[in-house]
Design a protein. Structure first.
Length: 185
């Protein structure tokens, strides 16, 4: 893992109708902490417990390292037109995609002030074709806590299909969703 101050995710900007995704760079850590340290945001993520600062920093740094290794793509999401990286008014959230063995897992975290406006469905729909191209041999998947209705609906809106229950990383029950390759585009 690189520890240079210029570390950043390689890759292109991502655009949907109302959002622009800018590849994550090291300086975005504080933006990530705004979400990772908000118990409302993490309530239905992983084990649902509030995150410590150390856990959030490690998650961010791990993601950045995976980006640099070519096994992840992370974007910071801003409302269009995004004037610059520093404008907090435009900040919407993070879209994270990570390759694990034969599947690329998608996750999305939005600031609560931007929930329920269709942003997540919109940008997930936009990123899926890119994931099929970038990781052609991997299944594009999402794992969602059983009771996380917004996420289930978001993935359904983006063309994912439920693929049954799994045991999550924390021993919880999650639903695996898969995006069929033939419906990408
Ligand atoms: C989950 C999350 C990304 C959804 O983002 P969003 O922009 O609010 O979602 P959308 O507005 O695109 O809505 C997606 C669907 O969920 C529904 N929805 C939105 N908020 C909801 C809620 N609180 N309860 C139930 N359904 C909800 C919408 O109606 C929509 O369904 P529809 O297409 O059938 O109408 C957002 O709530 C979030 O960032 N949560 C915290 C982090 C998190 O849990 N991430 C997902 C981990 S798997």
């Amino acid at each position: 893992m690189s520890s240079s101050s210029s570390a950043q995710c390689p890759g292109d900007e991502l655009k949907s109708a109302r959002l622009i995704g800018v590849p994550v760079r090291e300086g975005d850590q504080n933006l990530f902490l705004r979400l990772g340290l908000d118990p409302q945001v993490t309530a239905l993520v992983g084990d649902g417990t509030p995150w410590s600062r150390e856990r959030a920093v490690n998650r961010f740094r791990g993601g950045l390292a995976a980006c640099e290794e070519g096994t992840a793509m992370w974007w910071v999401l801003y409302q269009r037109p995004a004037t610059n990286h520093e404008n907090l008014d435009d900040f919407v959230g993070f879209l994270v995609t990570e390759l694990n063995d034969d599947e690329v897992e998608l996750g999305i975290w939005l600031a609560p002030s931007h929930w329920s406006q269709g942003y997540a469905s919109e940008v997930v729909h936009s990123v899926v074709p890119l994931l099929h191209i970038r990781f052609p041999d991997a299944q594009v998947v999402g794992y969602v806590a059983e009771r996380h209705h917004a996420s289930h609906r978001m993935l359904a809106a983006a063309g994912f299909r439920p693929d049954g229950q799994r045991t999550g990383r924390y021993g919880d029950t999650v639903i695996r969703h898969v995006h069929p390759r033939h419906s990408a585009g």
